[in-house]
Design a binder for this molecule. Structure first.
Ligand code: BGC
Length: 725
């Protein structure tokens, strides 16, 4: 045994040494290239030359750098100089489920598969940087872009982001984790100045980025549009120079969000490496070759030439860009990638299946027997709406997207499937609402008629990717379901009580009808295999195991950010203050005793589980210990299923306010009917610390802590008290 560990250590040391030698060799090459570049050439590498690329150095054979949105698939090609689609015919991709769905799997293995598959597609499409994933924290259900992020908990987002990055980067494609940081709403995102305590910044909003850098070893980060303490995030001294580059040792490239640079000197000195998206589409006041006018182009050249900025500042940026290139498009052992393979569609389907969350299931409404001969009325626009379109920069042109209606028809061959749209939202157009021209009354009346004559109703509604829904550029206007869905649903319930609701959204919604429907399923935007995955769950072919990555409040005011005045959300147009501080999501609901409609971490299964014999390895720990927890989990039902064991901590003797619960570990376990497994969970004791702004560091206070074990933030079945000495 000892010999084996010795060999493992030796091998890993050899690996580390090899890596160090490789890095040294790359650094040498970088220095050699740097010596040959003119100032103009260096600056060319620090700003865009088209909507999604920056210049190479043709005379030296240094390639251009090509980027693509993410994070759910490889975006169709965009024109050189405008936001128009380029009109290529070979740029259809696999649409993977939205990141909310990935987070809902609570399964890092899914994250790796996602990253690997999307990375292969990025590589095949000759992209060097994939603009994603996003890890902004879910602060308000109105944020139009929550669907692109990984929920409200910093630990969950941290655990899920790392394997995604590894999967992508194994392909020689850089992931670009965005939007650093505090871009937690779309409304006024291009200028709003966020004020927040250091504690909330470090405990809630930074951890997923920090883990992406330190464990994920991500090669690029995208700065956010908004300001933080009066300075734009892309050239924010504290966020970029101090935290990202100095404290976290980030050796990659900081890319702006598109058009998020505002000042040449600040950008140069405060750590921005590549400027993208400054007005270049002829729609702004830009000149023809507006790229020369970028903050980091001619204006920066002048400052260097006049001696106002030292050329070494530019050299640091170019070194970073070249380092990224040696990892991506100048890496000769880069794999070739692949596109639209059956394997990729399988990955999309598997993640979709694992992320769907069963919220309510009275009288075993679901699953529905796949051999049923009953009539099923499928009502709702989302039964047929293509969701890979719209949403802003995450829009996709997918080779296929199976709608829920198609998926259900395929798997319920003997049933009589009836369908009515019920309501219509209009097309998805970026930046504005275009209403449907269909007659709302006729749609509603037809749906009620169809519902009345069916044995059961599946209402497939929710939000969509239109402006003011789940879409970039602005926020939702209301917490309630849009397009008259609540009224429609209440009419349907009058004629058919045998109704289940399937919500397709990236956000929580108000559910005034909750007690009147038998079943509710939260299915997110699921990509190419959406309908297949939904039907897999409906038919019971797959047992649901998704858990909510954010809390569903009963009403909007129950959400922390909305419990305060408008300075908290959305701000006064100039600034906003995160008044709830560290009490985001379930931290707020728990601590303030405001019961959510559905809690963080919650999700039902078609089987039942029992948690047994949970214990910690010791009762007293020291700061550098790794706490080891074991418990048994038994599948007490008659169907195979998966459960997520969640461990939250509670600091009993804290000198500062601490949330009642903070997620510290989780694990998804799959069990056959009747099977029992032992689960091992590890928590570094250091993770029990809080960020103490009086010392600007993490502080682990001695004393007693509770470890709360359960299967949602509200369903704790075992509490273990430990002492930290
Ligand atoms: C979005 C980014 C995106 C970029 C390029 C911006 O508007 O905020 O997430 O990557 O556009 O499309």
């Amino acid at each position: 045994m000892k010999r084996l560990s010795f060999i493992i250590i030796l091998l890993s040391l050899m690996g580390t040494n090899q890596l160090l030698a490789q890095n040294k060799a790359t650094d040498k090459k970088i220095e050699k290239i740097l010596q040959q570049l003119t100032l103009k050439e260096k600056l060319d590498m620090c700003h865009a030359q088209s909507k999604f690329s920056s210049k190479g150095i043709a005379r030296l054979g240094i390639p251009e750098l090509w980027m693509s949105d993410g994070p759910h698939g490889i975006r169709p090609e965009i024109s050189w100089d405008s936001w128009e689609h380029a009109g290529w015919t070979n740029d259809s991709c696999t649409a993977f489920p939205a990141l909310t769905c990935l987070a809902a799997t609570f399964n890092p293995e899914m994250s790796y598969k996602y990253g690997k598959a999307i990375g292969e597609e990025a590589r095949y499409r000759k992209k060097d940087i994939l603009l994603g994933p996003g890890v902004n924290i879910y602060r308000t259900p109105l944020n139009g872009r929550n669907f692109e992020y990984m929920g409200e908990d910093p630990y969950l987002a941290s655990k899920m982001v790392v394997p995604y990055i590894h999967g992508v980067q194994e392909n020689g494609v850089a992931a670009c984790v965005k939007h650093y940081v505090l871009n937690n709403q779309e409304h006024w995102r291009d200028h709003i100045n966020v004020e927040i305590s250091d504690r909330a910044l470090y405990e809630i909003y930074l951890p997923a980025f920090k883990t992406a850098v330190q464990e994920g070893k991500v090669w690029s980060i995208m700065g956010a549009y908004n300001q933080f303490r009066g300075q734009y995030c892309c050239h924010n001294e504290l966020l970029v120079n101090k935290i990202l580059k100095q404290d976290w040792n980030f050796d990659g490239v900081l890319v702006t969000d598109w058009g998020a640079t505002h000042d040449t000197k600040e950008a140069a000195l405060n750590g921005l490496d590549i400027e993208m998206g400054t007005g270049t589409d002829g729609l702004t006041s830009s000149l023809k070759n507006a790229y020369d006018n970028y903050y980091m182009a001619n204006p920066l050249q002048k400052m260097v030439e006049s001696g106002e900025i030292d050329e070494s500042v530019i050299d640091d940026k170019v070194r970073r860009v070249l380092r990224l290139m040696f990892r991506t498009n100048m890496n000769s052992s880069r794999p070739f990638g692949s596109m639209n393979s059956q394997e990729h569609f399988n990955v999309a389907r598997e993640i979709a299946q694992e992320g769907i969350v069963l919220l309510k299931n009275k009288n075993k409404f679901f699953p529905i027997d796949p051999n049923t001969t009953k009539s099923i009325a499928i009502i709702g626009e989302n039964a047929t709406k293509i969701m890979s379109l719209g949403g802003g920069s995450s829009e996709l042109k997918t080779i296929h997207e199976i709608s829920p209606l198609e998926g259900i028809k395929k798997q319920f061959k003997n049933a009589q499937i009836l369908h009515a749209m019920g309501y219509a939202s209009g097309p998805s157009v970026y930046g504005r609402v275009v209403s449907s021209e269909l007659n709302a009354d006729s749609l509603k009346n037809e749906a009620i008629k169809v519902a009345a004559n069916a044995d059961m109703v599946l209402f497939i509604g929710g939000l969509n990717k239109n402006h003011h829904q789940d879409c970039e550029g602005d926020d939702r206007k209301q917490f309630a379901l849009p397009f008259g869905q609540n009224e429609l649903l209440s009419e349907i319930l009058k004629v058919n009580k045998n109704t289940g609701v399937i919500l397709i959204s990236g956000n929580a919604v108000e559910m005034p009808w909750i007690s009147k429907v038998d079943a509710i399923m939260q299915t997110w935007y699921l990509g190419s295999e959406a309908g297949n995955a939904i039907a897999d769950i409906l038919s019971g072919t797959v047992n649901p195991s998704g858990k909510l990555p954010f809390s569903f409040p009963v009403k909007l005011e129950d959400n922390a950010a909305h419990s305060y005045d408008e300075m908290s959300y959305p701000g006064d147009g100039v600034k906003q203050i995160y008044k709830e501080d560290i009490l985001v999501g379930y931290r707020w609901h728990d601590t303030k005793k405001i019961k959510p409609l559905y809690a963080f971490g919650y999700g039902l299964s078609y089987t039942n589980f029992k948690l047994l014999n949970a214990k910690a390895d010791k009762s007293t720990y020291h700061e550098n210990d790794i706490l080891s927890l074991t418990c048994e989990i038994e599948n007490t039902g008659d169907t195979k299923g998966s459960e997520v064991i969640q461990v939250y901590s509670n600091d009993i003797e804290a000198s500062v306010l601490r949330p009642l619960k903070e997620l510290k570990a989780f694990q998804k376990v799959t069990l056959q009917a009747g099977e029992t497994k032992t689960v091992h969970l590890k928590i570094p004791v250091k993770d029990l610390a809080f960020f103490d702004d009086s010392i600007m560091d993490w502080n682990l206070e001695k004393g007693q802590f509770k470890l709360l074990i359960g299967n949602s933030s509200q369903n704790i079945t075992k509490s273990i008290t430990i002492t930290v000495e």
